[in-house]
Structures are given as C-alpha cells and as structure tokens.
Design a binder for this molecule. Structure first.
Ligand code: CTP
Length: 483
C-alpha cells in the first residue's frame, strides 16, 4: 500500500532526485526530510511540486496518495479530424505527443488529408482504427458516425483547411469529418493551417467569427514562412501550443487549482490576454498621434502571469522595452490592430487591458507626407477607435475575469468607478496620471493604484510596477480559487 513517504519519494525521483527538488522548492535537505516525517508539505511547496510534475505529464495527488501519468485512469478521448493540407503530416506528431500526455486518440481523415498522409501511418501510431468513409457499411456496423461523433471528450480539427472551416461554419455534412462536426455534442477545437491570403480573406475570417461565436475554440495559426512559399499568418500552431489548448480544456480540475501565495503555478492552465503600451495613429507616413505610455506596467503583468504558470498572450503597442520571457507577444501599432489581435486571441480566462489605447484615429490620414501649403493647416478628421476593454467585456466569448486600467488626471475614484460600470469590466485598476516628480506614472518604474470592483475599492501604496503586477496576480489567483 502507498503511503505519503512512498508517493513523495516517487515524485522526487520523477523530478530528478533530492537535490533537484530542493532547488525547485528553494529549501534545504532538512526541510525535505521534515516534510517526509510530518507527512505533509506547506501548501505553496506542494503546489510547486504538483505544477512541475504536471508539466512533465504527471498527476500528483498527495491527499489521495497517487502519482499517475496525466489523465490515466480517466483517460480523455480526443477525436482528431485531419483535413487536407500540407500541414497534415504534422498531425502525426501531434497525435503522438498527445498520446505521450496520456490522451487517447481516435483518428478521422478527410479524403484530401489522405493525399498527404496515409490512414495506415495514423492507425499504426494510435493503435486505433482510422475512419474516413461516411457511408462505409463495415464502419457503420462497428461504430456509427453519430456514436463516433459523441464518443469523445473533444473533437480536434488539426489541421483545419479554409474549405473545412467554411463547411463547418455553414453546417455542411458531405463527408465523415464534416458530419461529425455537425453531429457532435462535445467541445470542438480547430487549429487552422492555410495560405496567408486565404487566412486573411474576409470569407475565412467571417467563418471563423461564426465558429467562435458558437463556442468553437481556436488555436490560431502562426506567422512565418508557409509551405506555399508565402510569408504571413497561416502556419499550423506549434504542437506544444495545440497541446496546451487541449490541456486547458481537458486537464483535471486538480491541475487547474490555483495556489496560495506567490507560487510558481497559481495560474497554471489559464490563458491570460494582456494589452500593453501605447497605440500610434498615423497622420501620414511620418507622423502619428501617440501618448506617453511606456508599457512597463502591462509588460510586468505579462511576466508575472507567465511566472505564475499562465499561457500569456501579450498584445503590445510600440514600446522601447524587451518582450517578456515565456510570453507570446504580438506587436501592433494602431488601436484597430490591437483590437483585432485581442479578438483573435480569444478565448481567454482573463483579460487585462493595461494599454493606453488612443481614443481617436485620423480618418483622412495621408498616404504621402502632408506638406505645408498656402491653403493653411491641414484639417485632421478624427473617428473613435474601437473600445477594446468594453468589447472584451461584452463579447460572446467574454473572459471570466476582465480587468481594465483607468488613467485619470482628476476625481480618480469617481471617474474610475463610472468607467468600470460603463465598460462592464469586473475590476478597474485606477491610477492618477499627469503627476510630476514622485507622482509621475508614465515611463516610471513605480505606480500607485486603487483597485475597484463591485464590492468597493482598495488603495495600494506606491510601489514598483513589478510589485503591483505580482499583487494583482495574487488577487487574480484568489479570485479563480474562490469560484
Ligand atoms: N481602453 C481600451 N480601448 C480603448 C480605450 C481604452 O481597451 N479604445 C481601455 C484601456 O486599456 C484601459 C481602460 O480602457 O483599461 C480605460 O482607459 P482610459 O484611457 O483611462 O479611458 P478611456 O476609455 O480612454 O476614457 P477617457 O479618455 O474618457 O477617460
């Protein structure tokens, strides 16, 4: 029978032995031996241990005295739909890696996918029959397409071609893969891959919007060289990114449990979307409207979230500071681009809008440098930019927790409270801007904020932007913990 010591020692072994674990937990040898004797670990240390094991594909339950491969015993089933495209070959590696994480894979291939890889390779890898025919007598007798569609914990379409997305959006069911998408009652995740022009085409984007509104989870394609030789967005997301998406949806609750204190894993499994920095609104090719935001607060938040184990998408305006480590940073210039990138990055568990987004854009911006003429000064025509915070707060795929910032030069609390209500976000982090010397905020390393939520407000004393970020992350962890 397993006891605490046996399980703890097995976990230590798995993590490379005593010394590695002492380093991980930042404790000495005597502390480890105390934990063994006491049959207990401090909550924060236990959390770090659990998180590290999770990352290595293990599930540690010290109360239930279990150390098992992730998802074993309650193996989650993924129905992997592979549609045609050069990226189809990557689905084989994806299947393999998902199996390494303890998931059970059943494969379905479209006709065009079979032009790129064979069902035999997938069957050999998964050890399962691969399905491709809608009207196959033998398959239907064995496992009808309706059962196939429902006998899974998730349907993953990877790679998803533009054509297949269109079929899904319009509810077509003219082959096995598309019929499954229509007949399933499981969560559906898509990982598209296609030529960049096809990806950017309004038809594809409209189909995508339709699918996202229906609750389909998107693992967005990445930028770079595509197989067709063009550069742009369209490459199938990295295998690890797709797996992280699957883990987020399917990992047992235990793995998602937020932790006490400043542990390394309080936001493990969460996707956090953060905007940061200013936006630039062009007047002509050489001039723009901007503001003083340095991006320091937003970037500090992104770094703190990543350290707490979250998958972070940082949408940053033009800043002079480096991209934070362990964070997917998307660089944008204008408010419209920031808005588009945020909507594409959904779904997320939490959104933090720390960017100083320009309220207006110049509608009649010049394509050439505007010259001084005798006709007088140019008349700039302004139009309002989309409000990213308000849009995220009211989006169909609204993150569970939406946090805004309020930069105010007067009536801080009153204005910020009104802003929270107007933009329908959950919390507002208000700071007085426009100060000078010690009270300056823009570009400085310190900040003083008031956090306002539906219950009231908390005044936080002046401290570094890094510490504010850590404090806010602890508050976010606690919020998820209480749910
Ligand atoms: N915000 C946004 N999109 C905009 C404008 C603001 O997402 N187009 C977000 C900011 O990131 C911040 C919050 O809204 O989280 C408040 O920004 P702030 O500049 O203080 O307020 P405004 O909406 O611009 O209102 P005002 O300028 O009238 O104070």
């Amino acid at each position: 029978m397993s006891d605490f010591k046996t399980i703890l020692d097995a976990a230590i072994q798995q993590l490379g032995g005593n010394e590695a674990v002492q380093k991980l937990l930042a404790v000495g040898a005597s502390a480890l031996s105390n934990y063994r004797q006491r049959g207990q670990l401090p909550a924060a240390k236990q959390a770090i241990l659990e998180a590290e094991l999770t990352q290595q594909g293990w599930y540690l339950d010290l109360e239930g005295l279990q150390l098992t491969p992730l998802n074993s015993g309650q193996q989650k089933r993924i129905l992997l739909l592979i549609t045609g495209g050069i990226a189809a070959y990557k689905a084989l590696e994806l299947a393999r890696r998902l199996m390494d994480r303890g998931y059970q894979i059943r494969g379905v291939m479209s006709k065009s996918a079979m032009e790129f890889i064979t069902p035999l390779s997938l069957a050999a890898l998964t050890g399962e029959k691969v399905y491709s025919e809608l009207f196959s007598l033998t398959d239907e007798a064995e496992m009808g397409h309706i059962r196939l569609a429902r006998d899974a914990d998730i349907v993953l379409v990877a790679p998803a071609t533009a054509n297949f997305l269109a079929k899904m959006a319009h509810g077509l069911a003219d082959d096995l893969a598309s019929t499954i998408c229509l007949a399933t009652d499981c969560p559906v995740m898509i990982a598209p891959a296609m030529n960049p022009i096809m990806w950017a085409h309004p038809a594809t984007q409209a189909n995508l919007e339709t699918l996202k509104k229906r609750g389909v989870t998107l693992i967005a394609p990445e930028d770079g060289d595509t197989a067709c030789g063009e550069i742009g967005t369209g490459r199938l997301a990295e295998t690890a990114v797709i797996i992280a998406g699957i883990d987020r949806l399917l990992a047992p609750q235990k793995i998602l449990s937020p932790l006490s204190g400043k542990s390394a894993a309080g936001l493990l499994g969460r996707h956090i979307l953060i905007t940061s920095g200013p936006t630039y609104e062009p007047i002509d090719p050489v001039r723009y409207i901007a503001n003083h935001s340095s991006g320091k607060q937003g970037h500090a938040l992104a770094e703190a979230c990543a350290k707490a184990g979250a998958k972070v998408t940082l949408i940053s305006g033009p800043v002079q500071i480096p991209d934070p480590e362990g964070v997917e940073t998307i660089h944008v210039t204008t408010a419209q681009q920031m808005y588009d990138a945020c909507i594409t990055a959904l779904p997320a568990d939490c959104a933090i809008c720390a960017a100083a987004v320009a309220d207006w854009k110049v509608v009649n911006h010049g394509t050439q440098k505007i010259k001084k003429t005798k006709a007088g000064t140019p008349q700039l025509q302004l139009a309002e930019n989309p409000d990213i915070l308000a849009s995220l707060s009211q989006h169909e795929a609204r993150p569970a927790l939406v946090i805004g910032f309020a930069a105010e030069t007067e009536n801080l609390n009153r204005n910020a409270k009104a802003k929270r209500e107007r933009k329908k976000c959950d919390w507002i982090v208000a700071n007085a801007v426009g100060g000078t010397g010690q009270d300056a905020v823009f570009g400085k390393d310190t900040n003083r904020v008031t956090v306002i939520d539906a219950q009231g407000h908390e005044d936080w004393q002046q401290t570094s932007k890094t510490q504010i970020a850590e404090k806010l992350i602890t508050r976010i962890e606690a919020w998820f913990n209480e749910r």
